[in-house]
Ligand binder design. Structure first.
Ligand code: ATP
Ligand code: CIR
Ligand code: ASP
Length: 404
C-alpha cells in the first residue's frame, strides 16, 4: 500500500464518495481534504460541507466552477464541432480535466501528496482523472478505492455506510441509474440500460420533454458568435455559463438533445449510455452554420478530418497532453473570422438553420448566383478544370483499366 500523508478527495457528496472518505481515513490513516465542484449539475453543493465536517474533515473546498467549465473547456471543445462516435457530445469527458486540475491545485495549496476519486476501475473516468493529475503534478500519488477495496456490491457499500453512521439518503429524486450531470449534459448508465434491446424509460430524462410533447409552435433563436464562441442570444450579451444555461432551457422545452447509444470505452468494453445535451446540441448546429459562411473550404475540411482524433483525445482522457494542446492552438486560430449571427428554428426535437450572416462572410452572391453574374465567374474556365482533373481517369481507361 502507498504511504500517504494527506489526500485531496474529489467529493461529490453522495453515498459512494462519503464511504470513500471514511475508508481512506481508516485504511490510510491520513488527513483528508475534500473538494466539491459546482459544475451546474443542478444539485446543491453546500450540503457536502456539513457531511465532510461530520466525518472530521478540516479542509473543505467547495468551488463554483461553472464559468470556468464553460469558458475554458466546453467552448474550446465546441470550436472543433467535437462529437465522439457520431453521437456523444462528451459532456462527462470534458468535465473531468477540470476536476483533475482543481485536485492538483488544491493538493499544491494544502501540501497534500495524493489525490483520490470515486470512479470505478471499469470506466473512462479513472483514466481521465489520473492522466490529468500525472500530467499536472508528476509525483502525485493516486488512490482509487474502487480498485482496492472489497466493497464491490451495493449491499456491502450500504452495510459499511450503516456501520460508520454515514447518511445514505441522497437529495433529490432517487435514480436507478448511474448518472453524471453538469452544465453540458446529464448521462445515464446502468440499470435497465444494460440490456441493449430495452428501450430507455421516458421518466429517466430530467431536462427535456419528449419531442412528441414539445410545443406545436416553433421557437426561433438568434445566436451571435465572436471568434467561434456564442456571446449573445437574441441580441442579449451573456457569459459562457449563462449561454449554456439558457440554451439548455429552450432546448429542453423543445425536446432537443436526447441520444441513446452504445459506445466504446477506452478500457475496451462497450457500454450503453443515454445522454441529454439540449444546449450543446444547439451549439453544435449553430457553430457549423456560422463556420459554413466564414471558414475557407480547406480549413473547414482539415478541421473535420482532425475532429475525430481530437474527440478521441478528450474521450480517452488526454485533455492535458501536448497533442491536444497543439490541436487546440490550430483550432483556435481557425476561429479568427467565425463571427456573425445564426438564426435557428427549434421544433419538436429538431433544429433547422434558417439564416446566417456575417461581416466576415466568404459567401459571394455575385459568384454563386443562378442569374446573370455580370462576369464575376467565367463558366468556360470549368471546362479545363474538369478536363485536367479527368486526365488520370482517361489515361487509365484508355489503357484498359476498366472500372465496370
Ligand atoms: N461535482 C463533483 N465534485 C467533485 N468530484 C466529483 C464531482 N462529480 C464527480 N466527482 C468525482 O468523480 C467520481 C465519479 O463520478 P460519478 O458520477 O461516477 O460519482 P458517484 O459514483 O456518483 O459518486 P457519489 O455517489 O458520491 O455521488 C466521483 O466519485 C468523484 O470522485
Ligand atoms: N455514470 C457516469 O458517471 N457516467 C459518466 C460517463 C459518461 C460517458 N460514458 C463517458 O465516458 O464520458
Ligand atoms: N463514471 C463511471 C463511468 C466511466 O468512468 O466510464 C465509472 O466510474 O465507472
Amino acid at each position: 500500500m502507498t504511504d500517504v500523508n494527506k489526500v485531496v478527495l474529489a467529493y461529490s457528496g453522495g453515498l459512494d464518495t462519503s464511504v470513500i472518505l471514511k475508508w481512506l481515513q481508516d485504511t490510510y490513516n491520513c488527513e483528508i481534504v475534500t473538494f466539491t465542484a459546482d459544475l451546474g449539475q443542478g444539485e446543491e453543493v453546500e450540503p457536502a460541507r456539513a457531511k465532510a465536517e461530520a466525518l472530521g474533515v478540516k479542509e473543505i473546498y467547495i468551488d463554483d466552477l461553472r464559468e470556468e467549465f464553460v469558458r475554458d473547456f466546453v467552448f474550446p471543445m465546441f470550436r472543433a464541432n467535437t462529437i465522439y462516435e457520431g453521437e456523444y457530445l462528451l459532456g462527462t469527458s470534458i468535465a473531468r480535466p477540470l476536476i483533475a486540475k482543481r485536485l492538483v491545485e488544491i493538493a499544491n495549496e494544502t501540501g497534500a501528496d495524493a489525490i483520490s476519486h470515486g470512479a470505478t476501475g471499469k470506466g473512462n473516468d479513472q483514466v481521465r482523472f489520473e492522466l490529468g493529475a500525472y500530467a499536472l503534478k508528476p509525483g502525485v500519488k493516486v488512490i482509487a478505492p474502487w480498485r482496492e477495496w472489497d466493497l464491490l456490491s451495493r449491499e456491502k457499500l450500504l452495510a459499511y455506510a450503516e456501520k460508520h453512521n454515514i447518511p445514505i439518503e441522497r437529495h433529490g429524486k432517487k435514480s436507478p441509474y448511474s448518472m453524471d450531470a453538469n452544465l453540458l449534459h446529464i448521462s445515464y448508465e446502468g440499470g435497465v440500460l444494460e440490456d441493449t434491446w430495452s428501450e430507455h424509460e421516458e421518466d429517466m430524462w430530467r431536462w427535456s420533454v419528449a419531442p412528441e410533447n414539445a410545443p406545436d409552435t416553433p421557437t426561433y433563436l438568434e445566436l451571435t458568435y465572436r471568434k467561434g464562441d456564442i456571446v449573445a442570444i437574441d441580441g442579449k450579451e451573456m457569459t459562457p455559463a449563462q449561454v449554456l444555461t439558457y440554451l439548455n432551457k429552450v432546448g429542453g422545452d423543445n425536446g432537443i438533445g436526447r441520444v441513446d447509444i452504445v459506445e466504446n470505452r477506452y478500457v475496451g468494453m462497450k457500454a450503453r449510455g443515454c445522454y441529454e445535451t439540449p444546449g450543446g446540441t444547439i451549439m453544435l448546429k449553430g457553430h457549423r452554420a456560422m463556420e459554413s459562411i466564414t471558414l475557407d473550404r480547406e480549413v473547414m475540411h482539415l478541421k473535420d478530418e482532425l475532429m475525430p482524433k481530437y474527440a478521441s483525445l478528450i474521450y480517452n482522457g488526454y485533455w492535458w497532453s501536448p497533442e491536444r494542446h497543439m490541436l487546440q492552438q490550430m483550432i483556435d486560430a481557425s476561429q479568427a473570422n467565425v463571427n456573425g449571427v445564426v438564426r435557428l428554428k427549434l421544433y419538436k426535437g429538431n433544429i433547422m438553420v434558417v439564416g446566417r450572416k456575417s461581416d466576415d462572410s466568404l459567401f459571394d452572391a455575385a459568384v454563386a448566383t443562378f442569374e446573370d453574374d455580370a462576369g464575376a465567374y467565367d463558366q468556360q474556365d470549368a471546362e479545363g478544370f474538369i478536363k485536367l482533373n479527368a486526365l488520370r481517369l482517361r489515361i487509365a481507361a484508355s489503357k484498359g483499366r476498366s472500372l465496370l
